[in-house]
Ligand binder design. Structure first.
Ligand code: ADP
Ligand code: ADP
Length: 229
């Protein structure tokens, strides 16, 4: 069934240099529960904006965005962002970063710790529980960020070029880890990328966007068997 319904959404940004910049123009898109959907397109076509709208961080200028039939009015625990902007807490260890969400949600410390240790193991960081972010490589930090978001048990994962800055080897490993998590938990994933290879490798569906103004050009179903590499 449909989990996310984006209906005729437009987004206008007011800026000092270009007033009334149309970042998204009349976008409609429905996403099925459990689907892995990539959003692909050139820089500036509105990919992040679309993700921010689903995340509830940006309210569309016109049109509606719904999750499970309810209008999106703000961020919620059902949607877990894995964005570069939400950096890890540098003063907390790996375990402290991952435990933060469940603790905020009122989960008891012992239970939060047990769950967090499992998630840390799942993202391949067993043994690094007491490390601080600055002691970790880029790929390891991305794994912690993923574990931290998964600790909130979101139904939908929102990922904005999570592996863009990584070397090819690390990226492949994290892509495979993410697919394993997705296949195990059947989460809905919205994944922004500008890599065609990455989109085809990961997704059931690729949303192709074009720029000036941001529009959906085409939605492509990927019917290749897994594993694809
Ligand atoms: P993408 O993720 O595809 O690179 P974005 O969604 O980040 O694209 O941006 C789409 C367009 O909207 C760009 O032209 C960008 O400069 C503009 N934009 C995004 N956020 C803002 C903002 N907060 N204020 C003004 N302009 C913005
Ligand atoms: P990842 O694929 O997790 O990004 P890298 O490819 O950067 O990891 O590094 C390979 C391995 O080297 C890591 O899994 C880890 O065991 C170790 N490693 C890398 N950077 C560090 C670091 N800063 N401190 C401790 N160990 C590290």
């Amino acid at each position: 069934s449909t989990i996310i319904d984006i209906d005729r959404v437009s987004q206008v940004f007011q800026t000092s240099t270009r007033k009334d910049h149309l970042a998204l123009s009349d976008i409609s898109l429905t996403i099925e529960e459990g689907a892995f959907v990539s959003i692909l397109g050139p820089s500036g076509c509105g990919k992040s904006t679309l993700l921010y709208i689903v995340g509830g961080f940006v309210s569309p200028t016109s049109g509606t965005a719904k999750i499970k039939g309810q209008p999106i009015t703000g961020p919620g625990p059902d949607r877990g962002p894995v964005f570069q902007e939400f950096a890890l807490f540098p003063w907390k260890t790996v375990l402290g970063n991952v435990m933060y969400g469940p603790r905020q949600q009122g989960v008891r410390a012992t239970q939060a710790e047990a769950q967090s240790r499992m998630l840390i193991e799942m993202v391949g960081l067993k043994g690094y529980e007491n490390f601080y972010p600055k002691e970790l490589s880029g790929g390891m930090k991305q794994r912690v960020a993923l574990a931290r978001t998964l600790a909130y048990h979101p139904e939908v994962l929102l990922m904005d070029e999570p592996f863009g800055a990584l070397d090819a080897h690390t990226r492949t490993r994290l892509q495979n880890d993410l697919l394993n998590i997705w296949e195990r938990d059947r989460k809905t994933v919205l994944f922004v990328t500008h890599s065609v290879d990455e989109a085809v490798f990961l997704s059931d569906k690729v949303v192709m966007m074009s720029t000036s103004p941001g529009r959906i050009r085409e939605v492509i179903d990927i019917d290749l068997p897994r594993p694809r590499r």
